[in-house]
Design a protein around this ligand. Sequence first.
Ligand SMILES: [Zn+2]
Length: 57
Amino acid sequence: MTCPICTKDTDPKFRPFCSKRCANIDLSKWLSGSYAIPTNEPDLGDEDEIVLSERLN
Ligand SMILES: [Zn+2]
C-alpha cells in the first residue's frame, strides 16, 4: 500500500498515508470539498467513524 498523496510507502501510524503531513493534506482536501460539516463535537470518536464511512463510498 502506498500513500495516496505522494505515493511513498505507508507508515502504519498514519495509514493510509506516509506521514501526518500527508494525512493533513488529505484532511484539508476533504474540508474544502464536499464534506464541510463543522467539527465542534468534543468527542472525536464519532466524527472519525463518519469520515471513514464516507471515504469508503
Ligand atoms: Zn505521503
